[in-house]
Design a protein around this ligand. Structure first.
Ligand SMILES: Cc1cc2nc3c(=O)[nH]c(=O)nc-3n(C[C@H](O)[C@H](O)[C@H](O)COP(=O)(O)OP(=O)(O)OC[C@H]3O[C@@H](n4cnc5c(N)ncnc54)[C@H](O)[C@@H]3O)c2cc1C
Length: 311
């Protein structure tokens, strides 16, 4: 049997997570096919992913709603035994539906694949790691993509075109609103500067220059998002985006379990908080106790001076 990987893209290019999911697929010794629901250009890019057997391409302008996409996945699973994707909003929408239609369990957010049907995944907002053994003939799995090694490019494999969907869904996409930013994508950034409720209305004024100086993506806690200080798509955590960058700079955030669930796999965690007992310091590699309204501008200035001296 074989693996079917649902590719993630932004309409123009593959998202970095797809390369990592293909890397995760090497945990099995099975051929892997990549499903691209999108443009020809993305399908051609996917065809060059190292280690895959072929690309299955469904041509469409916008990704269909989960109600339409899930039956297609079920159809394709007649010839595959593993359905694999990054633990993204798209996969969290589509894969559980496909699993339900297939009458198998959904294994979400695997952080390790330890055997052909064995996984490690976080539970209770990451407070514990569970070993999961599946007995289903078909595995439906999302993985925490940043924890897997991305594949590079290889000579292009064949692209098989799939017939268009018939479009019988009762739900339809009205619009997609996406913030356009020059900064790196949060899910795949090497450095993330993340802010909490304490930044208040100064979230952008204080954190944007620091993020720019470091070439970092901006992240936020749910409290900062709920209060309207930061945009929704910046939320890191259990109900937001899961990141594992080289450096995670946590500013004015307490380190609640639900936030840690989305960033505790970062290589180096640096925390700025005025409360020396804040839980974030328990996971931080470096901590700065102080008022962020003074320390953040000072740190930004110091990094800039260092960069100027090195230039
Ligand atoms: C089901 C569920 C899911 C959730 N999912 C998420 C999620 O995905 N992501 C997420 O982030 N949260 C999530 N939460 C919310 C989470 O429990 C916390 O409420 C939230 O993370 C707290 O955000 P915060 O750290 O910004 O705010 P607070 O906990 O209020 O922390 C603010 C911190 O700022 C510090 N501070 C204050 N003033 C200053 C200053 N001048 N200088 C320096 N430091 C200062 C304080 O000491 C404090 O530590 C979820 C909750 C639930 C129940």
């Amino acid at each position: 049997m074989s693996i079917l990987i649902l590719a993630e893209h932004d309409g123009q290019a593959l998202k970095p997570a797809t390369r990592r999911v293909v890397g995760a697929a090497s945990s099995w010794t099975l051929p892997a096919d990549v499903l691209v629901v999108g443009s020809q250009a993305v399908a051609r890019e996917a065809a060059q992913l190292a280690g895959i057997r072929q690309v299955l391409h469904l041509e469409c302008d916008a990704v269909p709603v989960a109600e339409e996409l899930a039956p297609l996945l079920v159809e394709l699973m007649h010839e595959h035994s593993v359905l694999l994707a990054a633990h993204s909003s798209l996969a969290r929408d589509v894969l559980p539906r496909a699993a339900a239609l297939l009458d198998v369990a959904m294994i979400g957010d695997a952080v390790r694949i330890t055997g052909p049907a064995s996984y490690v995944r976080p539970m209770y907002a990451g407070r514990l790691l569970a070993k999961v053994d599946s007995r289903d003939a078909i595995q439906v799995v999302t993985v925490r993509a940043p924890l897997f090694t991305p594949v590079g490019d290889a000579p292009a494999v064949p692209i098989q075109t799939l017939p268009a969907l018939t479009g019988s869904a009762t739900t339809r996409r009205i619009a997609a609103n996406q913030q356009v930013s020059e900064r790196p994508q949060l899910a795949s950034a090497r450095v993330v500067v993340s802010g909490g409720r304490a930044l208040g209305e100064q979230f952008d004024t204080l954190l944007a220059p620091l993020a720019e100086t470091l070439g970092a993506a901006l992240g936020a806690t749910r409290a900062a998002v709920d209060a309207g200080f930061a945009a929704n798509e910046l939320q890191v955590g259990q109900t937001g985006i899961v990141v594992a960058p080289g450096i995670y700079l946590a500013v004015g955030l307490s380190g609640a379990a639900q936030h840690l669930a989305g960033m505790s796999d970062s290589d180096v965690i640096v925390a700025i908080n005025q409360d020396p007992d804040a839980p974030i310091f328990k996971v931080a590699d470096y901590g700065l106790v102080g008022n962020l309204f003074e320390t953040v501008p000072a740190v930004t200035r110091a990094i800039r001076q260092l960069q100027e001296r090195q230039a």
